[in-house]
Design a protein around this ligand. Sequence first.
Ligand SMILES: [Fe+2]
Ligand SMILES: [Fe+2]
Length: 189
Amino acid sequence: MKQSVSMLLLSLSLGILLVVDIMLFAALGIPSPIPWIVLAAIIAIPYISSRMEKRRFVSWDDGYSVGIEAIDNDHRKLLNLINNLQAAVHYHTGTDFENQALNELIDYTVFHFDREEGLMQKHGFPGFEAHRQIHEAMIAKVQGFVEEYQQQGADALEKLAEYLKAWLVNHINGTDQEYGPYLRSKGEK
Ligand SMILES: [Fe+2]
Ligand SMILES: [Fe+2]
């Protein structure tokens, strides 16, 4: 749903609730708890809505660090690109911006996978092949989503953006942590 439409619906619902609440106050009187409960809900709804909005975006956490500067910088950049894509999708900035944000994220992901795999291979990391296969499976899955997006448009892009966000954050915070100590022991920093 378009952001402007959902904001309008939210304002409209809050307006209706406010009118209903005034009528409840008039009918039940100030001592009744029911109009006060409804009033608390009217105040809480915009707060909950803005909290949900913030959860859409991701930010760097020092716990994500693998202790290798070039990789950490790549991961920071990927998080920024994820946020750009989330913003483009959520605020419906138009097909050109959405495609640009999507392509930048996918291109940088592929570039970053190459860098990681190069380092793992160079130092003979024992988990290299398994890690490479995880990267490969992700790229194949994303390609499937991209085809779906090309056929179905906006809804599929939202699904794709969510998948990329969840996958990359999980991977940075999980599988990528496994090679950190090994590569650092080989002098990478
Ligand atoms: Fe990575
Ligand atoms: Fe990785």
